[in-house]
Design a protein around this ligand. Structure first.
Ligand code: F6R
Length: 609
């Protein structure tokens, strides 16, 4: 999730406008930044690793004397944070910035290399600059962009310049955000309105498959099919901070709502449904070693630990590999039995968690094959593991992890299919899992339609001081994650417990003031879960049940309140069941007046032991 900005107009300080815009977009990613400004038909590009201030030090006099330019603040997806991987990317006289993922960049890159193109970065984005450059041999700028769009697949917002047509800027949007600001002196466009509102409150929101051609005086929107499109200008009513949150009250809520795209981005370009295969580029180098692996140990902390537990169920059931999950903070203080037939997988959003890093170092020391499932590209865990898979979830600003979790689960599904198909998982099973995984972004969206009901339930239960979160099989880890969320955000004491284990002691706590949230989807353990509900009801406890759509009426006989989730494969229910629990925690925290984005005593990345 990078941030992009473009400016074209009559004002003579494009550099200034772009730098200011980048600073406001830094929350979208900040591992490197770059800018390309034009003066006449001469371009000048500057790049720097780190925050925008590093770039600012380099740009000097080009802050002014420039009437057009593009800029980018990066959150790495393909290629580590470095000057050469920073945007803008160029080929010949074409310069561009990109936010998103080009799924088929490898095959396009190979074709372009054969035609003599020389690449200077490891990014997927650079391929688009070369493609447009290639088409520019026989076409004008606009035609070359249209031609390139026919070839690229994936999610992208692009802003492009050509030194051959210095009075023109072209932007496109497909599944990555892009907003146009219509100011008195020109046009500012950006990934979100926070980089625009200091210039104008008049905006145009682009839709997917739209292309815009700007000159300093005017702009024209076309569809990818080449038809002109009328777009209505709207008036922004947000302040700076609201704009960064895209109108959501908190980053946590925004990130909960970003989960359909976080899941889509995690699986984008990594699924070949017809062959029932997961294509994981980051594992290519260790593919053969993985074939010989006899055991998996997952090490992680907090929410990432809960993701690991779901992974254990998936990997054992569908890939047939014995799997254990360890709190990373415990791992190196006992004597972990690791050998070269063991794969040790670190799951970490930040890639910097000290406990997880130490566990990985210990595993390496013992000769294990180390893998990372990491969101932050180029982070220490990503660098120190032998191989890995990036989440592509974009930066998570809210301290409580939400979209990183569903993204981690999506990767674990891909890994299960990858390892399963190396072993005895059938083609039919591979296809079944992957085609259902593909449907999850839409199914998560459906849960949001029940938002009012979830908020009502959260408001009703915030008065309690303690709660149980119970689940069985695939949803036991989700009970743990739900309990962790409500603890962190609303400071309600909660225990995440296996629903079948509760009767062995904790049930003593149940009374009318100790409610339980129970994960009760219609799965293979549904009847057992119903028994747990009955045991709680018999002791006067209140129950909130999370169940599968269509089962509401039946479960209402047992539960006080019900939240429905769409139907899916049992192994995928955690990706849906966690969403209402995140919302319950969020609304409870808001109701109690807490700062849900920065809960007390917590840090986003725990880099100390
Ligand atoms: C909970 C939360 C933490 C992190 C944990 C591990 O909402 O955010 O429990 O999951 O500190 O962090 P990463 O995944 O960065 O290693």
């Amino acid at each position: 999730m990078c941030g992009i900005v473009g400016y074209i107009g009559k004002d003579n300080n494009a550099g200034e406008v772009l730098l200011e815009g980048l600073k406001r977009l830094e929350y979208r990613g900040y591992d490197s930044a770059g800018i390309c400004v034009m003066s006449g038909n001469k371009s000048k590009t500057f790049k720097a690793v780190g925050k925008v201030v590093e770039l600012e030090k380099k740009i000097g006099k080009y802050r002014t004397d420039t009437t057009m330019g593009i800029a980018h603040t990066r959150w790495a997806t393909h290629g580590k944070p470095s000057v050469k991987n920073a945007h803008p990317h160029s080929s010949g006289k074409i310069h561009l910035v990109h936010n998103g993922i080009i799924e088929n960049y490898q095959e396009l890159k190979e074709k372009l290399i054969k035609k003599g193109h020389k690449f200077s970065s490891e990014t997927d984005s650079e391929v688009v600059a070369h493609l447009i450059d290639e088409y520019s041999n026989k076409n004008d700028f606009e035609q070359a962009v249209f031609a390139a769009l026919q070839d690229i697949r994936g999610a992208y917002a692009l802003v492009m310049l050509s030194e051959d047509e210095p009075e023109k800027m072209i932007a496109v949007r497909n599944s990555s955000p892009l907003v146009i600001g219509v100011a008195d002196d020109g046009f500012v466009l950006a990934s979100d309105a926070s980089a625009i509102i200091q210039h104008t409150d008049k905006v145009v929101y682009l839709d997917d498959e739209e292309l815009v051609i700007f000159t300093p005086e005017t702009y024209k929107v076309k569809t990818f099919a080449g038809r002109n499109k009328y777009k209505k200008e709207q008036t922004l009513e947000w302040n700076d901070e609201q704009a960064q949150k895209e109108g959501y009250k908190h980053f946590m809520l925004k990130e909960i709502f970003e989960q359909p795209s976080a899941v889509a981005d995690a699986i984008r370009g990594r699924i070949i449904v017809k062959d029932g295969l997961a294509k994981l580029g980051g594992l290519v180098d260790v593919e053969d070693k993985l074939r010989d692996i006899k055991r998996i140990v997952i090490v992680s902390c907090g929410t990432s630990y809960c993701a690991g537990l779901v992974g254990e169920y998936m990997l054992e059931e569908y890939a047939g590999i014995p799997t254990e999950v360890e709190y990373a903070s415990e791992f190196r203080y006992r004597k972990p039995l690791i050998d070269k037939k063991t794969a040790v997988i670190a799951i970490s959003q930040s890639g910097e968690t000290a406990d997880t890093l130490a566990a990985i170092r210990e595993a390496k020391n013992k000769g294990g094959l180390t893998l990372g499932i990491v969101n932050a590209v180029g982070s220490t865990i990503a660098r120190e593991t032998d191989a890995g898979i990036y989440n592509h979830a974009g930066p998570e600003v809210g301290v409580a992890s939400t979209k990183a979790f569903t993204s981690q689960l999506s990767i674990l599904v891909l890994l299960t299919v990858f390892l399963g198909r190396q072993r005895d998982m059938s083609l039919t099973m591979g296809k079944k899992i992957l085609s259902e995984l593909n449907k999850l972004p839409k199914k998560i969206d459906e849960i949001f339609e029940d938002g009012k009901n979830i908020k009502r339930i959260a408001n009703k239960y915030t008065k309690y001081e303690s709660m149980f979160y119970l689940g069985r099989k695939y949803n036991f880890p989700i009970a743990m994650e739900g309990a962790l969320k409500i603890k962190e955000i609303s400071y309600i004491h909660a225990e995440g417990y296996p629903s079948g284990e509760m009767k062995h002691g904790p049930i003593a706590l149940i009374d009318k003031d100790f409610p339980s949230v129970i994960l009760a989807p219609k799965d293979s353990v549904y009847d057992k879960t119903l028994s747990a509900i009955e045991e709680i009801k018999a002791r006067g406890g209140k129950v909130v049940a999370i169940t599968t759509v269509g089962n509401e009426e039946k479960i209402k006989k047992h539960a006080n309140d019900v939240i429905e989730i769409p139907k899916t494969l049992e192994m995928l229910t955690p990706l849906l069941a966690v969403v209402p629990l995140q919302l319950l925690a969020y609304y409870a925290g808001v109701k109690k007046g807490f700062d849900v984005d920065k809960p007390r005593n917590l840090a986003k990345s725990v880099t100390v032991e």
